[in-house]
Design a protein around this ligand. Structure first.
Ligand code: SAH
Length: 478
């Protein structure tokens, strides 16, 4: 076979990146946009030894698991990989991905996984879930200003002003910005020439508060006739903050360092709620809602799917099993989202995070929520916590946690960090992970060093992509 050859194939499975998998002529093909159960006409795009890549030329017999994508640019845009796959099948696929990694990398048996794995937590409504969007600005073929998203693996702007993962207000805000650009002759930034002014538009919305934030990323210190822009945007219901971010560098980084407030408040506020179900006897449950508020600036990190974040963190807290007496470490704590919930139910929480700005936000959020039993430290978890343990000065309370919660980035925990966790021997470890492969590797280490795996639950935070979050509970073997 050679490139551009065509063949008819039935898709037998789905790959870890959401692509269809089919076999032809003794070779395995990975086929983007094909769905398990489809019979398709495929065209070879790349050949390797024993396997290859192909594209869908025509769907000959559609699978019963295929759906019409809700978004008209689902195929071109790099944002969604699986919009053509029924949502329940997406969920099953993610659950299987977590189970397979736990088995293959973690070495856990089918029998154990059967016992400890709970069903994936999906979304009730898998659209309009993102509270943040960053739209690049460019021109289309006709020289018209467009906002959109980058195509997969490229910087070509695919026009989408109303991404169905984002909030409805995005389209209105972008339309107003386009009007302003036309009226005041503001050109989109061109990364090849370095000319033009407007690079990106960042929009955030607090789902509980309804507050909106717009930040225009500009290749310069200012925009012409800023008052015209402000007058138009401030009228939008919920508008709370309009700012300008200066980014004059030739870089892939979206935001520069300097933010200048144009109108309104520098931050929006939002809250994360946790619903706690408690048995009150006689088979009855009482549910109490606790909420923690967060200030969000254009540059702060904040979870992008607030609905699922509440479910994810509620699970992490349930797994932590706090009674009010515990000393807790929250490693990789970011802006302290998990720490602040833990602090409501624990004696003392110590949070560690590498990004100094995130710790500033965490401390401010703790103050705003009147919590004085949480302390945050800047640094690498694998350096900060071993130093506590080695030092005689920090006191026994800090070095003997009852519960450790970790929520590391994709690469997982550093071995030094795992080693220290095992050394301080907490009763429980709650592991929140965005990569089930590194999670499995780290769980293997922990079970080889005195812990047992009790509960595992995947949570779908990023519908239509193959990303999946997982929460696990481990306890110290007696
Ligand atoms: N639970 C956090 C988010 C965790 S995301 C929240 O809700 O805000 C993972 C975090 O780990 C990021 O904030 C990242 O900056 C931080 N991080 C990455 N490497 C780290 C390291 N070596 N030590 C400590 N924190 C680290």
């Amino acid at each position: 076979m050679k490139k551009n050859d065509t063949f008819v194939v039935t898709i037998e499975d789905m790959g870890v990146n959401g692509e269809g998998i089919g076999k032809y002529d003794g070779m395995t093909f990975f086929i983007k946009d094909a769905v398990v159960g489809d019979e398709i006409l495929a065209g070879v795009t790349k050949l390797k030894k024993g396997y290859g890549y192909a594209r869908v030329i025509e769907v000959l017999t559609p699978s019963d698991r295929r759906v019409e994508p809700a978004c008209s640019v689902a195929r071109q845009c790099g944002g969604c990989q699986m919009q053509t796959l029924r949502y329940d099948v997406q969920l099953a696929l993610k659950e299987r991905k977590v189970r397979d990694n736990l088995k293959r990398i973690g070495g856990f048996s089918d029998g154990l996984l059967q016992q400890v794995m709970e069903p994936i937590v999906g979304m009730d409504e898998p659209f309009r879930y993102r509270n943040k969007a960053q739209f690049p600005v460019g021109y289309d073929k006709n020289g018209e200003i467009v906002f959109g998203f980058y195509a997969a693996r490229s910087h070509q702007v695919i026009p989408v002003s109303d991404c169905l993962l984002g909030v409805e207000e995005n389209a209105l805000i972008l339309a107003r910005i386009k009007e302003y650009m036309q009226q005041c002759h503001v050109k989109p930034y061109d990364e090849t020439t370095g000319k033009g002014l407007l690079r990106h538009v960042l929009i955030r919305k607090g789902f509980h508060s309804g507050e909106l934030m717009v930040c225009l990323v500009v290749n310069g210190k200012e925009l012409p006739q800023e008052d015209v822009l402000i007058a138009s945007l401030q009228k939008i219901e919920g508008m709370h903050s309009i700012s300008l971010n200066v980014n004059t560098e030739n870089t892939n980084r979206i935001l520069g360092d300097e933010v200048r407030l144009l109108w309104g408040e520098p931050c929006i506020t939002d809250s994360i709620c946790r619903v706690r179900e408690e048995q009150t006897g006689g088979g009855n449950f009482a549910s109490t809602e606790e909420s923690v508020s967060f200030e969000i600036s254009p540059k702060s990190f904040y979870q992008v799917n607030p609905v699922q974040t509440e479910k994810l963190y509620s699970l992490a807290l349930e797994y932590a099993g706090l009674s009010g007496e515990e000393i807790v470490w929250d490693l990789y704590c970011g802006i302290g989202t998990i720490s602040l919930f833990l602090a409501k139910a624990a004696k003392q929480v110590y949070g560690v995070e590498i990004v100094p700005e995130a710790i500033q936000d965490a401390r401010r959020n703790a103050r705003n929520n009147h919590m004085d039993n949480v302390t945050f430290y800047v640094g690498k978890a694998e350096e900060v916590v071993p130093a506590w343990v080695e030092s005689r000065d920090v006191g026994e309370e800090r070095t003997s946690p009852d519960v450790i919660v970790v929520d590391p980035p994709r690469k997982g925990c550093d071995e030094m960090c795992l080693q220290t966790m095992v050394q301080v021997a907490p009763k429980r470890i709650v592991y929140v992970s965005c990569d089930s492969a590194t999670l499995s590797r780290d769980l293997k280490y922990l079970v080889e060093h005195g812990y047992e795996l009790n509960r595992v639950r995947p949570v779908d935070q990023f519908c239509h992509s193959m990303h999946v979050e997982t929460v696990c509970l481990l306890s110290k073997k007696s």
